[in-house]
Design a binder for this molecule. Structure first.
Ligand SMILES: [Ca+2]
Length: 127
């Protein structure tokens, strides 16, 4: 009986530790590029792993096209805002929509068939 009680105590402590880590995660989880994406922004990059910044916007920005120079160039992104964002494979919100959820990032879009395909984006909600 004593051993069972001890095991239960250990499990409780482990669960509390996991809970604490999950609580702290949103503020510390970004592996992205803090030098470029230094604000509470949605940031996009020309290359994987948050290399070569192409642009950033604050939370809630309206739908807009990617500039002609950067059209179909984005290969990684991060959303440091508390608002969901999204992007489209064509201009003006046309084509396929993909989410860039709040407090999330994607270091390499290629495995999802999304590489070099972003033509418009918005920071005011998910797909
Ligand atoms: Ca690219």
């Amino acid at each position: 009986m004593l051993k069972i009680k001890k095991a239960g105590a250990v499990l409780t402590a482990a669960a509390m530790t996991v809970g604490l880590l999950l609580t702290l995660a949103p503020a510390t989880a970004f592996a992205g590029n803090s030098a470029y994406c230094s604000g509470v922004w949605v940031c996009v990059y020309k290359n994987s792993d948050f290399n070569v910044g192409l642009g950033y916007r604050g939370a809630g920005f309206s739908l807009q096209n990617i500039s002609a120079a950067n059209d179909n160039e984005v290969s990684s992104w991060e959303n440091r805002t508390g608002t969901n964002a999204r992007w489209y494979t064509d201009g003006g919100g046309a084509g396929t929509c993909h989410n860039m959820s709040r407090y999330s990032e994607l270091n390499w879009m290629s495995p999802f068939g999304q590489n070099d395909n972003m033509s418009s984006w918005a920071g005011n909600g998910s797909c």
